[in-house]
Design a protein. Structure first.
Length: 255
């Protein structure tokens, strides 16, 4: 029964469409359930490159094509069920020097594993982006994380809700930005994965099909030990909107 409900939730995440300009190009990650253990730190470095994407300025936001993004994420485990993370977001646009693109603050908590038939945690994130990369100066993200394992297969769902707090989009309704990850453990060293990313315009107004974005990222996690993981992936857009070819990597180190 619970497996059936989980599968239905997954189908819902994958079939809802996405607005191209809402997907986050700085942190391309489907969150998993675990939080950083109490008293420890997790340093993650995200390096993403958009090979094919938006080529023109849109509402004052720079083209995404040929942008390189370098994001530093430092997380502290406050308790065994609660963590707080801070981000420094940097970027290099085609023909321009590297620069700070903004910063973020993200508290997250999780429920004990035996409370529900699936693992659940909830992330909240406040973003403060630079105008050239986002038309809104303050943003908020609410990210539920649902996880269920079936032997060597692990499924994670991130039905994300996003909203502008300050800026031109502050009066708009919540955006829906679904993400899903299928991970398969082949050994202690290697996990293969397939990730899906999307977003919708406001929940009360789904964008027409040609303006929607869907991305698939086949990739892998390479485990250099219990506390060091390298994630790599290549993203392909399933429509012509938004970014259609993206390379991503993430190196995480818990200490």
């Amino acid at each position: 029964m619970f497996a059936s409900l989980f599968a239905r939730a997954l189908v819902l995440c994958v079939t809802v469409a996405a607005a191209a300009n809402a997907q986050d190009p700085f942190e391309i990650q489907v969150y998993e359930y675990e939080t950083v253990p109490r008293g420890r730190w997790d340093l993650e470095t995200h390096v993403n490159y958009t090979a094919r994407g938006i080529r023109d300025f849109q509402d004052g936001v720079a083209p995404s094509e040929r942008q390189t993004h370098l994001t530093f994420e430092l997380t502290r485990g406050i308790t065994n069920y609660f963590e707080v993370a801070g981000y420094l977001v940097t970027a290099r646009r085609d023909g321009a020097p590297g620069e700070i693109a903004g910063w973020r603050l993200r508290p997250r908590f999780r429920l004990p594993e035996n409370w529900l038939p699936f693992k659940f945690s909830l992330s909240t994130e406040f973003g403060f982006p630079k105008r050239i990369y986002e038309e809104n100066s303050v943003t908020f993200e609410l990210r539920p994380i649902l996880e269920r394992s079936f032997g060597k297969l692990q499924i994670d769902l991130n039905p994300v809700l996003g909203k502008a707090i300050r800026g031109p989009g502050a009066g708009e309704f919540w955006d829906f930005e679904p993400g899903a990850r299928f991970g398969y453990t082949t050994s202690k060293v290697l996990d293969l994965s397939l990730e899906y990313y999307g977003a919708t315009g406001p929940l009360n107004h789904v964008e027409p099909g040609p303006q929607q974005m869907h991305q698939l990222f086949p990739g892998a996690d390479i485990n250099f030990g219990p506390d060091v993981v390298l994630n790599i992936g290549v993203g392909f857009g399933l429509t012509s909107a938004g970014n259609t070819l993206v390379y991503k990597s993430r190196l995480g180190w818990i200490f």
